[in-house]
Design a protein around this ligand. Structure first.
Ligand code: ATP
Length: 266
């Protein structure tokens, strides 16, 4: 397999990107190596799309970036994830603080069984924010940043479960934003949504990247092409190709990437 074709070049970029990158990251389930020695940079103010056929390790890789994979029994990790000069895979990492810095939104909207307000206030309260005024401000600014404020400002005490699927997903993004993360991990955030809601999420991603780094797993090639700056193509746990999205989609270096993008397999 030509899988390592672009690896040296990626490694170089990963070394230049100091603040957020992986280095030879491997992730195992028992003895099965689901992610194989991947080095990837995530530059500031960019969206990086992770694409590839089902089972190639995209979600496993994404989850490892804020150590959510630790929660899966039998999962182990080798290699490094550098954030602000610190390897978060090292022992002694405060994972609660880490997940404050690196928020995650899942495929299926998962609001808490609480009011809209309390969904957003939950994280800040947990991290010690007290007082109605301070919380009110965070709730409003988070909902505004997630482009949901106008739709919910008159019903903040209603259950979050009364919102539509698309609204619930924007609520989950607002909840992630409420603790001021530097990085947002999105695992197929629009795959359960209708085209209008999907469009809103995509617009939101484009706006949010002005403030933070975003890594998104998507099966939707048009979506990856529309919203990402960089694309990484995974196959069987390996990084086959990485580069500027425009280049990967119009002139990929690897024939496997081309086949996948053209919809010939996967
Ligand atoms: N909890 C787990 N226990 C054991 N193996 C797992 C677990 N989760 C994932 N795997 C395996 O690891 C490999 C990568 O799975 P992963 O879900 O990361 O792929 P993916 O590219 O995100 O797939 P999809 O696009 O279908 O979501 C697969 O072979 C999968 O079966």
């Amino acid at each position: 397999m030509e899988a390592t074709l672009t690896a040296p070049h990626v490694l170089q970029e990963a070394m230049v990107e100091k603040n957020f990158r992986t280095e030879n990251l491997s992730i195992f389930y028992g003895t099965y190596e689901a992610v194989k020695g991947i080095s990837l940079p995530f530059p500031e103010k960019t969206v990086t799309a992770l694409i590839g056929p089902s089972g190639c390790g995209k979600s496993t890789f994404l989850r490892s970036l804020n150590r959510m994979n630790d929660e899966i029994s039998g999962s182990t990790t080798k290699g490094s994830i550098w954030i602000d000069g610190v390897d978060i895979n090292a022992s002694g990492t405060d994972v609660i603080k880490l997940r404050q810095k690196i928020g995650m939104v899942w495929q299926k909207p998962n609001p808490f069984y609480k009011s809209i307000y309390d969904n957003i206030a939950f994280g800040p309260r947990y991290h010690g924010v007290k007082g109605k005024k301070a919380l009110d401000e965070i709730v409003e600014s988070s909902l505004r940043r997630a482009a949901l404020w106008d739709e919910v400002k008159d019903r903040l005490k209603d259950s979050a479960l009364a919102l539509s699927g698309g609204q619930q997903q924007r609520l989950c993004i607002a909840r992630a934003l409420s603790v001021n993360p530097q990085i947002l991990l999105l695992d197929e955030p629009a795959s359960a949504l209708d085209p209008v809601s999907t469009g809103k999420i995509e617009e939101l991603i484009k706006e949010l990247k002005e403030e933070l780094r975003i890594v998104i797993v998507t099966h939707n090639m048009q979506q990856a092409a529309r919203i990402s700056d960089y694309t990484a193509y995974f196959y069987l746990g390996q990084l086959i190709e990485y580069g500027l999205t425009e280049k990967v989609f119009t002139n990929p270096e690897n024939s496997m990437t081309q086949e996948y993008i053209m919809g010939r397999f996967g």
